[in-house]
Design a protein around this ligand. Structure first.
Ligand SMILES: Nc1ncnc2c1ncn2[C@@H]1O[C@H](COP(=O)(O)OP(=O)(O)OP(=O)(O)O)[C@@H](O)[C@H]1O
Length: 370
C-alpha cells in the first residue's frame, strides 16, 4: 500500500537525511518508524504526501508513484496528524474537524454532523465541540487532531510524533484509543516516534532507523525484541527486552488454580481455617483484596480489614499481565479475572515462568533443522 523504493534524500546543504532505503507497509496495517533524533523519520514520512520530494528513488501509495499524482489530490487520501495537533486556534473544535468535509464540498450542516460523529469516535464528548482548542487539555487536542485527520476517511494516515507532547498517563490512553480505532477502521498507518516502547506497543511492524538515515531493522515487534539485528538495535530496544517480549506471548496453556475465598460480609465462621492467604470477593464475584494468613476476622468481614490486591490479569491477554499480577500481589498469587472482572482463579509467577520455558522449548524444537 505504501512502498519506498530505494529512496534517498539529500537536502540542499548536503545533509543526507535518508540513505537508499526500501520498505513497504501493507494495506490496513500500522508501521512505526522509530529512531533517535535526526535519523530521518520525518523526512521519510513526508515523502509520502509530497511535502518533501526524494532526491532519488520512488514512493508508491496504492501502486501509484506519488510523483504522478497531483499533490492536492494525493493529500485528500492521506490524513496527517502532528505533534500539538496543529488545530486552528480561532475555530471551535467542531469547526476544526468540519473544515475537511467542507473543503470537499459538503454542506455545512452535513459537515458538522460528520464532525460530531468523529469526535465521538475518538472518545470525546460532543459538547466539547463548542469550545476552542485552547480550552481543551493536551490529550483532548490530540484526539481532535486525529478526528480531523479521519474526516475525509482517507485510506492512509501519517502520524508524526502525535502523542509526544502529553504526559505518560494521557499518552498511554491515547495509544489504547488509537489501537481500538485502528481495530475498527483498518487504515494504513505510518507512525513516527522516538520512543521504542510506543513503537512496539503500536506497530504491526517497526522500522528502526539510525543516525544518517539508514534502516537498521524492519521487523514485527516480537522479532525485534527477540533478535535485534545489530548492536545499535540492541541498545536502542533497551535492557529489559526479554521481559517486554512477554507482551506478545500467548497465554494458552496457563491453568489458573482455585484460591481459598471468602466474601465481603462473611463472618469469622465462614473464613476457612488456613495457613495461607485468602482472597476476598464481593457479591458479584469481583476480587476486593486479601486476608493475610495471620489475620483474625471480628464480626462481619469488611473492606477495611483487607490488604489491597495486586494488578488483575484478564484471562486470555498476553503473559506479561499474568506475571505482573503474580509479582504485585501480596500473596504471590496473581488473580485471574474474566472480561467482566469476575474471579476465575489464581496463578503463581512459577507457573508463568514454566509456561514461558515450555513456549521457548517448543519454538526451539519447531525452529530446529529437521
Ligand atoms: N530542510 C532541511 N534542510 C537541511 N537539513 C535538514 C532539513 N530538514 C531536516 N534536515 C536534517 O535531516 C536529518 C533528518 O531530519 P528529520 O527531521 O527527518 O529527522 P527525525 O528523525 O524526524 O528527527 P526528530 O526525531 O528530531 O524529529 C537531520 O540531520 C536534520 O537536521
Amino acid at each position: 500500500m505504501i512502498e519506498f523504493r530505494s529512496v534517498r534524500k539529500q537536502y540542499e546543504n548536503g545533509t543526507v537525511a535518508v540513505q537508499e532505503l526500501s520498505l513497504s507497509v501493507e494495506a490496513g496495517t500500522m508501521t512505526v518508524l522509530v529512531g533517535p533524533s535526526g535519523c530521518g523519520k520525518t523526512t521519510l514520512m513526508r515523502m509520502v504526501n509530497r511535502m518533501i520530494e526524494p532526491s532519488s528513488g520512488s514512493v508508491l501509495v496504492g501502486d501509484k508513484d506519488v510523483r504522478e499524482v497531483d499533490p492536492a489530490h494525493l493529500r485528500r487520501g492521506i490524513g496527517y496528524v502532528i505533534q500539538q495537533a496543529g488545530l486552528f486556534p480561532h475555530r471551535t473544535v467542531l469547526d476544526n474537524v468540519a473544515t475537511v468535509p467542507l473543503l470537499f464540498g459538503r454542506k455545512r450542516r452535513t459537515a458538522r454532523r460528520r464532525a460530531a460523529e468523529l469526535l465521538e469516535r475518538v472518545g470525546l464528548p460532543t459538547d466539547l465541540g463548542k469550545r476552542y482548542p485552547a480550552q481543551l487539555s493536551g490529550g483532548q487536542q490530540q484526539r481532535v487532531g486525529v478526528a480531523r485527520a479521519l474526516a475525509a476517511d482517507p485510506p492512509v494516515l501519517l502520524m508524526d510524533e502525535p502523542f509526544s507532547a502529553v504526559d505518560p498517563v494521557v499518552r498511554a490512553g491515547l495509544q489504547e484509543e488509537l489501537l481500538r480505532l485502528q481495530g475498527e477502521l483498518g487504515k494504513t498507518v505510518l507512525f513516527v516516534t522516538h520512543d521504542i516502547d510506543e513503537a512496539v506497543k503500536l506497530g504491526d511492524k517497526v522500522a528502526v532507523l539510525r543516525q544518517g538515515g539508514y534502516l537498521a531493522q524492519y521487523a514485527e515487534p516480537d522479532d525485534l525484541l527477540a533478535e535485534p539485528a545489530d548492536d545499535f538495535v540492541t541498545s536502542f530496544v533497551g535492557r529489559d527486552r526479554g521481559y517486554r517480549r512477554l507482551s506478545f506471548m500467548d497465554a494458552r496453556g496457563l491453568r489458573p488454580e482455585a484460591a481459598d475465598i471468602v466474601h465481603i460480609g462473611d463472618t469469622s465462621a465462614d473464613v476457612p481455617s488456613r495457613a495461607g492467604w485468602v482472597l476476598v470477593l464481593d457479591a458479584q464475584q469481583r476480587p476486593r483484596g486479601w486476608l493475610p494468613p495471620d489475620a483474625t476476622v471480628d464480626g462481619q468481614l469488611t473492606e477495611g480489614q483487607l490488604m489491597a490486591g495486586g494488578s488483575l490479569y484478564i484471562e486470555g491477554t498476553p503473559l506479561r499481565g499474568a506475571l505482573d499480577a503474580a509479582l504485585s500481589a501480596p500473596s504471590g498469587l496473581g488473580v485471574v479475572v474474566d472480561d467482566n472482572g469476575g474471579y476465575v482463579g489464581v496463578v503463581t509467577a512459577r507457573q508463568v515462568l514454566d509456561l514461558i520455558e515450555d513456549h521457548r522449548r517448543s519454538t526451539t524444537v519447531e525452529g530446529a533443522a529437521p
